[in-house]
Structures are given as structure tokens and as C-alpha cells.
Write a protein that binds this ligand. Structure first.
Ligand code: IPE
Ligand code: IPE
Ligand code: MG
Length: 247
């Protein structure tokens, strides 16, 4: 067995906690419907559940937590819902960033920033700057994020660099391609959780999810708790990750 293959096989067998957990926070609308309240209220409850995910991550030694908050396709929702979601985001950034900074959380946003309004973009940049030296947990919020768009932009960027003579086409490998994505410098997610019972990726981290473990939960996002997070971590520890190697 080559040294490389040996290094891979020692990685298999689970048991260790995931370093990077990503969550597709789905089900706010259905939660609202079940409780006979507006979708807007469902989204507000969903925003509260973000705290549970952060606490769950910290309590379980997770270093990176990525939350899918708004997809490129979510721009196609009715105007008032998009306005509601952006208002909620504004409130979250205004209210929570101080707490995150104090708790040692580093905040990063991935996604198409130029689609966001100027004031939100400004708040994101301030929050990123303010928390950049924190290391307890890196919280990545996927906002106006779409995996196909991310991959397309990476291809454009690399093509432009080839055209400018900065790199050769043959220099493009998995490493340079990864580095051209929004998630440059971030590890791939070990575990991807989706709430609400849907079992699909919905344009989330398609490149990065190549060897992620998936967990689909029936829980609607507003009902998510740190206990559920802890149970998800336990389930992950029982998975046998092989990366294509022999068991
Ligand atoms: C997730 O809840 C929030 C966003 C996608 C922004 P949904 O609004 O998708 O809730 P359901 O899927 O309609 O229940
Ligand atoms: C995925 O949820 C996006 C987010 C959770 C932000 P959606 O509710 O938009 O996904 P689909 O439409 O059910 O695939
Ligand atoms: Mg949904």
C-alpha cells in the first residue's frame, strides 16, 4: 500500500466528531402553516433556531458551521417574502454580531454579494472585519448562494487568468479550482444536515459535498435544537467514511 493510500485508510472508520457541519435550514413555511401563523413569523422563528445551531456546534467541538440561509433561486419568491427575509437578515446582523464577536465566533459570508443591497453588504463587511481574528467557531452564512453560480464564476475567473497569460490551462487542477470558489481556504463539509424531510441539495455546495455524509431530518427548521445537533454528531460518528478506499 502506498503511503498516500495508508493515510487515507487511517481516516476511515468514523469515531471523530465532524470538523465542518453544513445545514440546509428548511421548513419555516411549513412550520408557519402548521401553527396557523404567517410565513414571516415562521422565518422569525427560524432565525431564532440559528442560535441553537451555533450553541450545538460549540458544545460539540465543531470548528466550521455553514448555514444555507438564502439561495440564488430564493430571489424568485414573492417580493414581500424576499423583503421580509432581507429585513430579518438586517436585524440579525445588527443584533447578533456583537454577541458573536464576544463569543469568539468568526463570521464569513459566501454567495453573490452584489445581489444584496448596499447597507446589508456594508454590515457583512463590517461583521467579517470585526470577527476575523476569532477562532472558537467559524460561522459561514450562505447568502444569495448557488453552487452552479459559484462553479460558473470560478470557471470564468480561471479562463480570464489563462487569457491574461497568468496561468496555463494545464495548471488548472482540483486545488486551483477549489481556490477559485467562495469556499477557498475552508475545509469541505464533513456532515450536511437538511431539515424538513426534503432529500435534496437545492444547489448547495455541490463541489464541496463530494465526500460529505448526509443526514435528512424530519424536524422543521424552527424546531431545531442543540440536542438535535448533538444527536446528528453522534450519528455521524457511526458512519464509515471510505473515500473510495477498500473497507
Ligand atoms: C427555509 O424555509 C427558509 C428559506 C429557504 C429562505 P422555507 O421558506 O423554504 O420553508 P418551506 O420549505 O416552505 O416549509
Ligand atoms: C433551500 O431551501 C435553500 C435554503 C434553505 C436557504 P428551499 O426551500 O429554497 O429549497 P427547495 O425549493 O425546496 O428545493
Ligand atoms: Mg423550503
Amino acid at each position: 500500500m502506498s503511503a498516500e493510500a495508508a493515510a487515507v485508510s487511517t481516516d476511515t472508520g468514523g469515531a471523530s466528531a465532524p470538523s465542518h457541519v453544513a445545514i440546509i435550514m428548511d421548513g419555516n413555511g411549513r412550520w408557519a402553516q402548521q401553527h396557523g401563523v404567517s410565513r414571516s413569523k415562521g422565518h422569525r422563528k427560524g432565525a431564532d433556531a440559528v442560535r441553537e445551531a451555533i450553541e450545538g456546534a460549540v458544545e460539540n467541538g465543531v470548528e466550521f458551521l455553514t448555514l444555507y440561509a438564502f439561495s440564488t433561486e430564493n430571489w424568485n419568491r414573492p417580493e414581500d417574502e424576499v423583503r421580509d427575509l432581507m429585513g430579518l437578515l438586517r436585524m440579525y446582523l445588527k443584533k447578533e454580531v456583537r454577541t458573536l464577536a464576544k463569543e469568539g465566533v468568526r463570521l464569513q459570508v459566501i454567495g453573490r454579494r452584489d445581489a444584496l443591497s448596499d447597507d446589508i453588504r456594508q454590515m457583512i463587511e463590517d461583521a467579517e472585519r470585526r470577527t476575523e481574528h476569532n477562532r472558537r467557531l467559524t460561522l459561514i452564512i450562505a447568502l444569495s448562494y448557488g453552487s452552479r453560480e459559484e462553479l460558473t464564476l470560478a470557471a470564468q475567473n480561471l479562463a480570464q487568468r489563462v487569457a491574461a497569460g497568468e496561468i496555463n490551462a494545464s495548471d488548472i487542477d482540483e486545488k486551483t479550482f477549489s481556490a477559485a470558489l467562495y469556499t477557498n481556504k475552508l475545509p469541505d463539509p464533513d456532515l450536511i444536515i437538511r431539515t424538513s424531510g426534503e432529500q435534496r441539495l437545492s444547489n448547495f455546495l455541490m463541489w464541496q459535498a463530494a465526500y460529505s455524509e448526509f443526514l435528512f431530518l424530519p424536524t422543521l427548521w424552527p424546531d431545531f435544537t442543540r440536542q438535535i445537533f448533538a444527536e446528528a454528531v453522534e450519528e455521524f460518528k457511526n458512519r464509515d467514511r471510505r473515500y473510495g478506499a477498500r473497507p
